[in-house]
Design a protein around this ligand. Structure first.
Ligand SMILES: [Zn+2]
Length: 77
């Protein structure tokens, strides 16, 4: 387990430590954990937004077609 030096207090702390145990400064090393957590949280949302958007766009097109057909039928009557 490699030791890194805290930029704030110059303490030798563990590379796996999320924060400096001496001054509490967040370490840069665990950013892989944060970047691994954020994309998963962000990826789950766009999928939902995309599906909802596709649903509304498809529903809007269907509604438009139905209204156009009804309008044509009403004019013919
Ligand atoms: Zn420190």
């Amino acid at each position: 387990m490699p030791l890194v030096q805290c930029p704030d207090c110059q303490a030798q702390i563990s590379d796996a430590a999320p924060t400096c145990p001496k001054c509490g400064r967040p370490m840069v090393a665990p950013k892989s954990v944060g970047s691994a957590m954020q994309p998963t949280a962000l990826q789950s949302q766009p999928d939902v937004v995309r599906s909802i958007g596709t649903f509304f766009i498809g529903g809007g097109c269907l509604l438009f077609i139905v209204l156009a057909v009804i309008g044509t039928v009403m004019k013919n009557c």
